[in-house]
Ligand binder design. Structure first.
Ligand code: BG6
Ligand code: GLC
Length: 977
């Protein structure tokens, strides 16, 4: 096996200029384009003018007098002699009009979309490979890292010390090792063995202080990446073709090779493409770079894509860097109309004919070859080297891209051309040199223009995906074409991009230190994120419930239900299982006109409900219950309620009538009859004095008397769960369960009278208001409560009470999230660990934000906006974390709710002696209705926990006031009978 030969080693820091690839020859100064070379007498055709006029719009919209798009035509007019006709043809064929570039851009965009989509990915030539890199460096990356870059013909090993100072002055040491041709084309094992030897030699020369040493591997070939540290090589390119590597995980191959060199302290933690290295090199905390182009031997690009569009991975939040592998663009024939005969010959002579068509028009491995074929053709047409022996031109690779790049610059370039041509045994005239220069310029300009079309495609894709009118992006550029010709190549790139994507502004950044520094950052980011992920997971782990946990909760709920129903046990049961005296669901025969009150949810409503044969008509008004009334005296609260009723009756012109009233009172009550309900305790932030232990119907009647309102006839008082069940039961007779997941949470269901130990009678069924919100108040849910739940509970007005409700309902979820976020800030996992005063404010994070933040596909920009409105400055990554926290908390709530329901449906099924049971649950509550995935999570979990019950969920659209009216109707009918 060839052993690595050391070529270069030095220590430096960022302030030392020109260190990149000094080994490849004299570093060229960046030059402004010098005045154009002397033109070729009267035959000159200006392909690249000083301001590159070819790619400027023609006045009047780039159409000529005949109306055809004709930059080429315009060029033709400049040619005035038969001797230059072949030259003119050659140059024209290498010139791509703007309209065609637009087309190339559109085709590239199409190919990109095809590559991103799960369905079409396999057929797309632009593969759009996920890189699993979801964030750019934020400048806090710190530590010593090892980087290995496999480059064209050499391996570069780097030792990078990141100081966590915004990545302004990383210390970098590196060594370059030549890779012998035999290794590039030999066995895979040899190649990786060679790389491992480079690593060993490199490490032996430095004092590596730490162990284990994380290694980032820059591997600039197309790979199917599965994780940051798992990537299968799809195919070799750029002259590499080692056996037994394609289809294998190259991280493993390198790790194995490193281990067999007995370097046990090196861990390969990240593999990345060179484009990704570039994006990272060009990023710092205050200046993220979101696109990178590499225009070196080959060409490629990557950009930060919206993760939900990258369908090949599960990740749907945030952004992910996508390696486009655009070098393969055109393999499906989409570049055929711009390919010249020279390109065809270059392709045929390459080791992979038909493949990498875009790369073969743009990449440095091919530009020299294109020029050579143009020269061969012009020689044959006697437009060049008349009288010279040109056989040397027939040898592949005699003209190299570096030479092409040196030739295109002004008079120096002419001189270079002369020397190069003479070295090939030709005797070039002044005119030959000038023509060769023009050919070189045309080839390079075309490469830059095509690159611009690709860049414009990415920009437009990003702008559209982010739903922006304007997009401003930093673009990292790397590779010899840009580096040797930053002014010429860069200017064409920028100006043509501007023409093709006018809504986007780009700033081109040169990747100082090449890809290596970026690779170190990725490695550091990978370590930082892995550590962060571990910490976040640790923090959230107690909130994640397993199937067994949920089964346990289900069993406990079932146990508590029995205790609540039992004659001897109910007094001390925390799930009270209150009888409601509602013994049947509606049968459709109910009739009459009723008043209804709906108190205890987000809104207090007064309604008039007309129940008739033709259905139900309702009118209602929402009234506010001020916090002072909720927590003042009972008298004040019921006076306020009466005032609202009177106001409503006046508005509805109902003062003269005495309508029966159904009262939805959504708090735990010991019902002594349908119209007699003793409040057991307040919940959900209500705490009006003098009410607990009293019959709320009496409190309402007394308030009516105080207001001298004599026309009030309360006939029924019900819980909102019951109202919801009745309301939904009117439409679906199978509805025998009521569920509320709103401000509070509770359920009711039809229980067999024989099981209700607290009411006399064995026949039939009665609706039981479970008051499941209090489940766990006896401590039985101790293993489920987290420190965040305890913090939330402590600060409520009913600490220690309604513990299940405080895990599930809208009044509390936002607070749970807020406490988790505070803990994350303390652990430096969020907002850069900066204390955030608004986050310390109780109840600032309302549950409605959870519902918005979790909307599938909501751009993180909008999440940032929501947080900003709360006075919280969140980065993109912070937003991803906040969303994750919201998701964890709402998922747990939905799962717990399903565990409670599972206990209910299973009990009903057993009561009825059925193997399988179908039942409908009537549901209400803002959380259930407005949260984007709560209902789905409840239903999915319930299916798992109670597989023998086929449960349908029916959302109550009309609120529970309608149910109260229906109960009142039944009560009136009963009274009449
Ligand atoms: C309403 C019902 O639709 O939902 C109320 O009419 C019920 O009776 C409420 O209390 C529950 O949801 P929230 O979100 O308002 O508490
Ligand atoms: C609270 C109340 C309960 C009500 C539920 C939903 O848990 O105690 O009666 O049904 O909130 O509003």
């Amino acid at each position: 096996m060839a052993s690595p030969s050391r070529r270069h080693s030095r220590r430096h820091s960022r302030s030392q200029p020109g260190r990149w690839r000094e080994d490849m020859g004299r570093a060229r100064q960046c030059q402004r384009p010098s005045p154009a070379a002397p033109e070729d007498g009267p035959h000159t055709l200006v392909v690249i003018g000083r301001r590159f006029p070819l790619y400027s719009r023609l006045p009047g919209g780039s159409r000529d007098a005949e109306g055809s798009s004709s930059l080429a035509h315009q060029l033709g007019n400049q040619d005035d002699g038969p001797a230059c006709a072949p030259m003119q043809r050659a140059l024209l064929s290498l010139t791509i009009p703007l309209e065609m570039l637009q087309l190339v851009k559109s085709r590239m965009m199409e190919a990109m979309l095809k590559g991103l989509s799960r369905e079409t990915h396999a057929q797309s030539c632009v593969q759009m490979l996920p890189t699993f890199i979801c964030s750019t460096p934020d400048g806090t990356e710190k530590g010593n890292l090892l980087v290995v870059e496999l480059c064209q013909k050499h391996v570069r090993t780097l030792w990078v010390k990141l100081l966590g100072d915004g990545n302004h002055s990383p210390e970098i040491m590196y060594k370059i090792f030549d890779v012998p041709e035999s290794v590039m084309q030999g066995k895979g094992e040899e190649l990786f063995g060679f790389i491992a030897q480079c690593v060993r030699q490199f490490l032996s020369g430095i004092d590596s202080p730490q162990t284990p040493i994380p290694l980032g591997f820059v591997f600039p070939f197309s790979c199917k990446q599965k994780k940051l540290d798992e990537a299968e090589l799809i195919s070799w390119s750029k002259g590499f073709c080692c056996s037994d590597v394609e289809g294998k995980d190259v991280v493993q191959l390198l790790q194995k090779a490193i281990n067999s060199q007995e370097i046990y302290n090196v861990d390969v933690v990240a593999l990345l493409n060179d484009t990704v290295g570039t994006i990272m090199t060009c990023s710092s905390g205050d200046k993220p770079c979101e696109i990178a182009l590499v225009v070196d031997t080959g060409t490629n690009s990557c950009f930060m894509a919206e993760a939900q569009l990258v369908e090949m991975v599960e990740e749907t939040s945030g952004r992910m860097c996508v390696n486009t592998e655009w070098g393969s663009f055109g393999e499906d024939g989409s570049l055929n109309d711009i390919l010249t005969p020279y390109d065809q010959r270059v392709d045929q002579e390459s080791c992979d004919p038909g493949l990498k068509r875009f790369e073969k028009l743009v990449g440095g491995l091919y530009l020299g070859e294109i020029v050579r074929h143009v020269l061969i053709s012009l020689t044959a047409e006697k437009a060049l080297f008349v009288g010279s022996n040109v056989t040397s031109l027939r040898t592949k690779d005699v003209i190299r891209t570096e030479q092409v790049l040196d030739i295109i610059d002004g008079e120096d370039g002419m001189e270079t051309a002369r020397k190069i041509l003479e070295a090939l045994g030709l005797s070039p005239s002044e005119r030959d040199c000038c023509r060769v220069q023009q050919v070189c310029r045309a080839v390079v300009s075309r490469a830059a223009a095509l690159c611009a079309a690709g860049l414009a495609a990415i920009l437009t894709h990003m702008r559209q995906a982010r739903d922006l009118d304007q997009l401003s992006v930093n673009v990292g550029v790397e590779g010899q074409l840009y580096q040797r010709q930053p002014s010429r190549f860069g200017e064409i790139l920028q100006s043509v991009t501007g023409l093709l994507a006018p809504e986007c502004t780009t700033t081109l950044l040169h990747a100082v230190d090449g890809t290596g520094r970026g690779a170190a950052m990725v490695t550091a980011v990978a370590l930082r994120l892995a550590a962060q992920r571990r910490e976040v997971d640790q923090l959230l782990a107690p909130l994640r419930l397993s199937y067994d946990d949920l089964k346990h909760v289900q069993a406990l709920m079932r146990q508590e239900m029995e205790l609540g129903l039992g004659r001897d046990t109910h007094a001390n049961a925390c799930v009270r299982m209150l009888p409601t005296y509602v013994c049947a669901t509606p049968d459709g025969k109910e009739q009459g006109e009723f008043l209804a009150l709906d108190l205890g949810g987000t809104n207090f409503r007064v309604l008039v409900v007309h129940v008739g044969k033709e259905g139900i008509r309702m009118a209602s008004e929402i009234y506010v219950i001020p916090t002072t009334a909720m927590t003042g005296t009972g008298e004040a609260l019921f006076d306020h309620i009466m005032e609202c009723i009177i106001d409503f009756q006046q508005k509805q012109d109902l003062m003269a009538q005495v309508l029966p009233l159904g009262f939805t009172f959504s708090f735990p009550c010991q019902q002594l009859g349908l119209d007699k309900a003793v409040l057991l305790n307040w919940t959900k932030g209500f705490n009006a004095s003098g009410c607990v232990g009293e019959d709320v119907v009496r409190l309402l009647r007394e308030a009516a008397q105080r207001k001298e309102h004599l026309g009030l006839k309360v006939v029924a008082v019900i819980n909102d769960t019951v109202g919801t069940m009745m309301s939904c039961g009117y439409d679906d007779p199978n509805c025998e369960i009521g569920l509320i997941v709103g401000t509070g949470s509770n359920a009711c269901y039809m229980e067999e009278m024989r099981n209700v130990g607290t009411v006399e009678g064995e026949q039939g069924r009665m609706c039981i208001n479970m008051e499941w919100g209090a489940f766990g108040d006896n401590g039985c849910l101790g293993s489920i409560f987290t420190t965040f739940d305890e913090l939330v509970d402590e600060k409520t007005i009913n600490a220690g009470k309604q513990r299940f409700e405080k895990l599930i309902s809208g009044m509390y979820l936002g607070e749970i999230v807020r406490h988790i976020l505070v803990a994350m800030v303390e652990k430096q996992l969020l907002f850069h660990g900066k204390p955030c005063s608004s986050l310390m404010e109780r109840n600032i994070f309302q549950t409605k934000f959870l519902s918005t933040i979790e909307v599938d596909g909501l751009a993180l920009r909008q999440v940032q906006g929501i947080l900003q409105d709360l006075g919280i400055q969140a980065s993109f990554e912070d937003s991803v974390l906040v969303r994750k926290v919201c998701h964890t908390v709402s998922l747990r709530a939905a799962q717990l709710c399903a565990a409670g329901l599972a206990a209910v449906v299973e009990k009903m099924r057993e009561n009825r002696g059925l193997d399988k049971m179908a039942v409908t649950v009537g549901v209400d509550g803002t959380l259930y209705k407005l949260h984007p995935c709560f209902s789905q999570n409840v239903q999915e979990t319930l299916r798992e926990l109670a597989p023998n019950c086929n449960v349908t969920f029916l959302q109550s659209e009309d609120g529970s006031g309608k149910g109260a009216a229906l109960v009142a109707a039944v009560a009136c009918r009963g009274a009449e009978l």
